[in-house]
Design a protein around this ligand. Structure first.
Ligand SMILES: *Cc1c(COP(=O)(O)O)cnc(C)c1O
Length: 505
């Protein structure tokens, strides 16, 4: 973390990055007394005596030192900062496990339609038939993609879907008088949210080993499944970018023990339209609609994490549920006595669900399938072209992403992080690094289906050039990025001693 208040930029470089550069002070440093960005009419509400409303000892001595700045200066400040962002709309963004695909503008158009954007969440059913129909159709389509029976659109992120799915599983076990199922198995390659969701639901996450092929070690699984196991949470395709080809056997092992199979569906972008989780034994899954069905999510949200379940779990889904009545109209059904209740205010992340509906509608069945096929092809192309310059720990073919290891570069003193940071100098967003944790110096690359061959080829060229730099001048890579707006941040200090508060000199 920078300890000064300013973001400094290296002086101009030949490629023009510096032309947009220069120092951008904090908005506090631009403050000048008397400036104001808003102009409001005088209040016609009589002022309340502060002392009568707020106890005197809670009153501040002076107003907070908020920045005083004019409207144009304010707009320029934030517009300049916005131009410094990496985004899918400006640069290649191969961040593994995130599916940073292009977000078609038609999704934004649909979500902004006044009938959707301005609809009050408590509007009566009769006044929101269009929105209810959209939710009902999305519910139906997601069930079809999942190969499962019923869907809840309420959860508002993948991790939230995990928690909701586990709550549904736990409620189902409980209804069968099985309260002792306190364990949830997770492969050692799993995403951090998986064990975290288990803990949040009061279960113990028990890791299961991966084998040399990057798949679940079935012997270890058999040894760990017992009558205390509630479920296994598995990501398929896995975070190693591999399809778990033993998935049917895994489902059988769990079901024989009275446990259930939960699928983390974050990687549906590799398999939608090609295979269905319900067909390979999954009981519950979540979608990350902001990944697979495209909503901008680089800034961390908002997202949506609908879950799909098999019939025996449907009664426990969150309430209310959108339903189609016998007369063809749509309604919220609150009469679900076994439901785990609400997991989200109102009806979930509606705007994100509109985008998912629009994306699916625009592509259709064959388009979804083609998106998966192209994403898988793009990842295999990159992996095949890079596997001689970097280590590829697991054999191809991969699915929509793959994990390289920079161990060879590490031997020259260049870490995976150095490689990732160097990509910024070439105007490419770094891949996911150091995850999955079972791969040393991991670089997890997910190109998605929306990039052209020319972009993929340039990425290969840059990655090969960095591999050559690691040979010829390894020390220089520790300084990367040298051409971006900021230099390498001290991420450890940023985490342990974050300096987030501006103080006047
Ligand atoms: C992204 C991701 C998650 C978490 O999803 P959010 O929508 O960010 O909460 C969980 N598991 C995997 C494998 C992921 O890639």
């Amino acid at each position: 973390m920078p300890t000064t208040g300013t973001v400094t930029t290296p002086t101009g470089t030949a490629d023009g990055v510096g032309l947009r550069g220069g120092t951008e002070p904090l908005i506090f440093e631009k403050s000048s007394p008397g400036n104001c960005a808003v102009s409001l009419p005088d209040s016609d509400v009589p002022a309340v005596e502060p002392a009568s409303a707020i106890p005197a000892d809670l009153l501040a001595d002076a107003p907070p030192p908020l920045p005083e700045i004019g409207e144009l200066q304010l707009v320029r400040h934030f517009t300049r900062l916005s131009h410094r962002l990496f985004s899918v709309d400006t640069q290649f963004y191969p961040l593994g496990s995130c599916t940073m695909k292009y977000n078609p503008r038609i999704n934004e158009h649909a979500a902004a339609l006044p009938g959707f954007a301005g609809l009050h969440p408590l509007a009566p059913d009769a006044m929101s038939q269009g929105a209810l129909r959209l939710l009902f159709e999305l519910r139906t389509w997601l069930a079809e993609v999942a190969g499962l029976d019923e869907v809840s659109l309420q959860p508002c992120a993948g991790a939230h879907g995990e928690m909701t799915g586990l709550m549904v599983i736990i409620a189902c076990h409980r209804s069968r008088g099985q309260n002792g199922r306190t364990k949830v198995l997770t492969p050692d390659s799993s995403h951090g949210t998986n064990p975290a969701s288990c803990t949040l639901c009061g279960r113990h996450a028990v890791p299961v080993k991966s084998n040399a092929r990057g798949r679940v070690d079935l012997d270890d699984l058999r040894a760990k499944v017992d009558d205390e196991t509630a479920a296994m949470m598995i990501t398929n395709p896995s975070t190693l970018g591999l399809f778990e080809d033993q998935i049917a056997a895994i489902a059988e092992i769990l079901h024989d023990a009275g446990a259930m199979l939960y699928l983390d569906g974050a990687n549906m972008n590799a398999i939608m339209g090609l295979t269905r989780p319900g067909d390979f034994g999954v009981d519950v899954m979540h979608f990350n609609t902001h990944k697979t069905f495209s909503t901008p999510h680089g800034g961390g949200g908002p997202g949506a994490g609908p879950i799909a379940v098999r019939k025996h779990l449907a009664p426990f889904l969150p309430a209310p549920q959108v339903v189609k009545k016998a007369d063809g109209t749509f309604a919220w059904d609150f009469d679900r006595p076994q439901s785990i209740g609400r997991v989200r205010s109102f009806n979930g992340q509606f705007g994100v669900l509109v985008r998912a509906w629009t994306y699916i509608r625009a592509l259709g069945n064959s388009g979804l399938r083609q998106a998966s096929e192209t994403a898988v092809l793009a990842a295999n192309y990159l992996a095949a072209r890079l596997k001689d310059a970097y280590d590829l720990p697991y054999a191809l073919p991969c699915m929509h992403e793959f994990v390289l290891s920079a161990v060879r570069q590490k031997a020259r003193g260049v870490t995976g992080m150095d490689v990732a940071k160097r990509l910024i100098d070439y105007d490419i967003h770094p891949p996911t690094t150091y995850f999955p944790m079972i791969v040393p110096e991991a670089l997890m690359i997910e190109p998605t289906e929306t990039e052209s061959l020319a972009v993929l080829d340039r990425f290969v060229e840059v990655m090969l050039r960095i591999a050559a730099e690691a040979e010829s001048d390894p020390d220089a890579l520790h300084a990367a990025p040298t051409r971006g707006y900021i230099r390498r941040a001290d991420v450890v200090a940023g985490d342990r001693k974050p300096n987030l508060r501006w103080e006047a000199e």
